[in-house]
Design a protein. Sequence first.
Length: 232
Amino acid sequence: MRVEVVPPGMQIIVGIIFKIAVILFSAILHEVAHGAVALRLGDATAKMAGRLTLNPLRHLDPFGSIILPLMLTLFGGPPFGYAKPVPYNPYNFKDSRKGSLIVGLAGPLTNFVLAALFAVAIRVMVLSDMQDFGGGSLIVAFVAIMFINIILGIFNLIPIPPLDGSKALFYFFPRLEPMFARFGPVLFFLLIFWIAPNIVGPLAALSLNLAFDQATYEAVIPLIEQYRYLLF
């Protein structure tokens, strides 16, 4: 059995770079999903702006894509970040309110689909005994990708602007929009820096329990302990 080792002095750096890269990749797919669904519903704003691309330079937000994930990682916060929001014009939809709701939900749904795909890949890798042939770090990397996408999906469904869940809230309760537009940014930063750090651990445990059967769970837990710098 080959054991993969990242020098202890490099583990923190490797972990930070890896997690920021995963957050950026996942956030880009999240935003592209918004634009693709908007295009499907009749609005080509994102396409004309050149945002229906996986080129990270077109989506990079200096604060949301680099500074915020770095701060949260360094201070024990949740693995969270965002890309530059994809523009869309709801008045190009047949039903502007319903269209905005569908576009808003497309991003979190993309994150959940990504999480499900990587959960399946992890199970296949464990069943293939890849952990016994030097694949332990890759399995944990896939666990991190799954977990980060679950976090991004859940957080974006919280009904606080500018998160996507606010689209659902305003669809059903449009009179709340002016109030949330005023206090949304304050509530958002309270959520990220105060509430979220206390629920990351329970969410991680819940994610593993829901995603894996008992055999996969028992195989993955020791690997997480060995390569925890990729996840925590």
